[in-house]
Structure formats: structure tokens, C-alpha cells
Design a protein around this ligand. Structure first.
Ligand SMILES: Nc1ncnc2c1ncn2[C@@H]1O[C@H](COP(=O)(O)OP(=O)(O)OP(=O)(O)O)[C@@H](O)[C@H]1O
Length: 310
């Protein structure tokens, strides 16, 4: 598989603080890569370096074979970037702004009209050309930000926290747009929101305190999120001894009347047995909820794991 982005041993210091610490990864053609990490993990710093907006302290970045430091024009022609704060001008109309960006991308006069129309179409802005950007909702302003990033039809699109500050419906719309962009471009999506990665990405990398701690297909992340505990609730008080003797149950903790937190052996499923027991004994099963690890727990397990190997 050919790599569109190659990042090798990338680091960035701010004074004594190491914001990005020896990060290496690649982006392959057709991938939507989630770059996931909590606030301050080093995501934006990495994105800015890849886009040539910030010089690395150490390391090498190649975009479709072009070095971002030595061949910035050629490298940047392959990239579209939406920074964390969309670089839109509120006093311009959507058309004026996109035409201006197309010029900045170096498109020729006859190509500008076409690329602006195509950008608007892809981002659901076809009817918005004459609207002032300052009067658009935050979700539509974000669409304008994405449209400017794709005007020159780049091979790679980099989106830094594209759903921050949007309402739930706008978030769903932008996630859908990212998925659609992934059909024609390779995408890096930087975010601290786990479901965003699960919805839009094919692969995930987790960055924590400037270091990459995970790089795997997104299905692997979903597996890691599955924990080995369930919450169950019954209408009738169940026989706790019977429950405790179910194979693979390792702990039973009463949370409320008829409600329990059940721990079981990792990799086993006990749901079917619980349902069968409840029906046989007429306990009246009201709830059976598998517990999910949240991102903080995943970070903890990953970093503890890497610490154990240091
Ligand atoms: N220009 C700067 N000068 C000094 N420190 C900086 C600078 N830019 C970033 N940092 C620090 O580097 C670390 C990583 O910041 P970065 O913005 O890359 O994180 P992030 O993962 O994008 O987080 P967020 O989601 O909050 O933007 C933080 O501790 C931040 O305070």
C-alpha cells in the first residue's frame, strides 16, 4: 500500500516542555485516520507540523513523497487543512471567501469557478454562495472551513477538532460529511471525542502526553472498550447464591434493590445464562447493560501497559 504521509521520529519542544515526543506513523491511500487524545496531548501541534505551519524540533515529514521542509510548495499542494479555529472571514460571502481561498491555493482563473462550485456541492453549501459567512450557523461555518480545504482537490485532508462547539445535529452532519470525504480523499481527523473516531475512521492512533500509545484498526478500539462487567436489574429479588455460581462470574455487587454489578472473566459472555436463569426462576429481568470503558480508562490501561514495559 502506498503511503501519502510518512512521519518519522517527530518531536516538538516548547521551551522545556516536550509537546510531541518521537512520533512516527504513516497514512495510506483511502484511509480515514483518527488521531485521538485528550486536551493538551499534542494533536494540534502534530497537525500544524504536518501542514508546514510549525517547524519540528526533530523529525521528518513527507507528503506523497515531498518533504514538508525542503519542498513545501509541492508538499502543501497535496494537503487540505482545517485548523481547530476555522480560518473564515465573517464579512465575506461564501462565494467571495472560497474564490479568495482558491486563488491562495494557486488555482488558475478558469479552474476557480469550477472548484468553488464543486467544493460547495461536496459540503452541502450549494444554496449558500451569497450568504455572509458571519450570518451562518457554526455548523455551516465549519462546512465553509472544510470546503476551503478541498478546493484544490488535495490527496490528504487534515481536520483538527472539526466538531468542537457544534450542536448534536450539526455534529452528526459534519461526521457524515467526513465519511463522504473519505471516499475520495485520505483523511486525518484529530479529535478528543471517542465516538467521532468510531463513526468516521478506519484506523485510530492515540496520543497521550505527546507519545503515540496505540495504532490499530478502529475495530480493535471497539474491542478494548468492551469491559468484563454488566449491570443487571430484576423485578424480583434473585437468589444471589445461584447468580454467584454462574460459570465465569468473578464478583457480584448489590447496587440497589434487585440491581447488581456483575464482574466476569475477560473474553467470556454471561448474558445468555443470566437471561435463561431469570426466565427459569421468574426473576423478571428489567436491565442487562454491558459496561463500556471510557476513553480515560483506555488511556490508563494503555499507558500502564507501556509503563510496565519500560
Ligand atoms: N505555542 C505554544 N507554546 C507553548 N506551549 C504550547 C504551544 N502550543 C502548544 N503548547 C503546549 O503543548 C501541549 C500540546 O498542545 P496541543 O495544542 O498540541 O494539544 P492538543 O492535543 O491539540 O489539545 P487540545 O485538544 O486542547 O487543542 C500543551 O501542553 C500545550 O499547552
Amino acid at each position: 500500500m502506498s503511503s501519502l504521509i510518512e512521519v518519522n521520529h517527530l518531536s516538538r519542544q516548547f521551551g522545556h516542555h516536550c509537546a510531541v515526543d518521537d512520533v512516527s506513523f504513516s497514512l495510506n491511500k483511502g484511509e480515514v485516520l483518527g488521531f485521538l487524545g485528550p486536551n493538551g496531548a499534542g494533536k494540534s501541534t502534530t497537525m500544524k507540523m504536518i501542514c508546514g505551519n510549525l517547524t519540528p524540533t526533530v523529525g521528518e515529514i513527507k507528503i506523497n513523497g515531498y518533504d514538508i521542509i525542503d519542498q513545501p510548495k509541492l508538499a502543501k499542494a497535496e494537503l487540505g487543512f482545517l485548523p481547530e479555529i476555522p480560518p473564515v472571514y465573517p464579512d465575506l460571502t461564501v462565494d467571495e471567501y472560497l474564490r479568495y481561498c482558491a486563488k491562495l491555493h494557486g488555482l488558475r482563473k478558469h479552474a476557480i469557478k469550477l472548484s468553488v462550485e464543486r467544493g460547495k456541492l461536496k459540503c452541502g453549501l450549494s444554496d449558500m454562495g451569497h450568504r455572509l459567512i458571519g450570518n451562518l450557523s457554526k455548523g455551516y461555518q465549519q462546512r465553509v472551513g472544510i470546503a476551503q480545504a478541498i478546493l484544490h482537490n488535495p490527496s490528504v485532508i487534515i481536520l483538527d477538532e472539526p466538531t468542537v462547539g457544534l450542536d448534536p445535529i450539526q455534529i452528526l452532519e459534519i461526521r457524515e460529511l467526513i465519511r463522504e470525504l473519505g471516499n475520495e480523499h485520505s483523511v486525518i481527523l484529530s479529535t478528543h471525542i471517542l465516538p467521532e473516531v468510531q463513526h468516521s475512521c478506519s484506523r485510530v492512533q492515540i496520543i497521550h502526553h505527546g507519545k503515540l500509545v496505540l495504532n490499530e484498526p478502529v475495530e480493535g478500539l471497539s474491542r478494548r472498550m468492551t469491559s468484563s462487567s454488566l449491570i443487571v436489574r430484576f423485578r424480583q429479588q434473585p437468589n444471589e447464591e445461584v447468580l454467584q455460581n454462574v460459570p465465569n462470574i468473578t464478583a457480584l455487587e448489590a447496587l440497589d434493590t434487585g440491581q447488581y454489578l456483575i464482574q466476569h472473566t475477560q473474553g467470556t459472555s454471561i448474558s445468555e445464562t443470566i437471561v435463561e436463569l431469570s426466565v427459569t426462576n421468574n426473576w423478571g429481568l428489567l436491565e442487562l447493560t454491558p459496561q463500556q470503558h471510557d476513553m480515560e480508562q483506555i488511556f490508563l490501561s494503555l499507558t500502564q501497559h507501556s509503563n510496565n514495559h519500560e
